[in-house]
Design a binder for this molecule. Structure first.
Ligand code: ZN
Length: 144
């Protein structure tokens, strides 16, 4: 395990704007509040969404576009540096009107209504760097 130690910073509750993009809104919010590291959850509903699942053999994302309204059953994620700026990494579970779910890495989604809980974390700079083994941009941390 590689890890780093953080202290709790500010805690925010927020409501995303109608028709805004979930990932862009979270990213913009973090940057505007100077949140460099954090964890968040989000609940609400979206009009459409773009998800991705990582193919570990091909080391590439398979993109799935969902064009109908869905409930955000759960959206969790974190904020850390990527390419020099605070970056939101989010995963989501979305339910259709019958409660059937689709899930994955959240690339983007058009907000119908959404509530954000953002916890700022204070500590060392947490940065994503290319990882050869997985092909992903992963946190660079100390062992232990
Ligand atoms: Zn992901």
């Amino acid at each position: 395990m590689q890890s780093a130690k953080f202290k709790s910073g500010r805690f925010f509750l927020g409501r995303l704007e109608y028709d805004s993009d979930v990932v862009k809104s979270i990213t913009d919010f973090a940057r505007s509040k100077k949140i460099k590291t954090g964890v968040f959850t989000l609940i609400g509903a979206v009009k459409s969404a773009k998800l991705a699942c990582y193919n570990q053999d091909k080391k590439e994302y398979l993109v799935v576009e969902l064009k109908k309204p869905r409930e955000i059953v759960s959206c969790i994620g974190n904020i850390s540096y990527h390419k020099g700026k605070p970056f939101a990494h989010a995963h989501v579970v979305l339910a259709d009107e019958r409660g059937s779910t689709r899930a994955g890495h959240l690339l983007g989604a058009q907000v119908f209504a959404a509530e954000l809980h953002m916890q700022e974390l204070i500590g060392p700079k947490l940065e994503r760097v290319p990882d050869k083994l997985t092909g992903l941009a992963l946190w660079k941390l100390r062992r232990g």
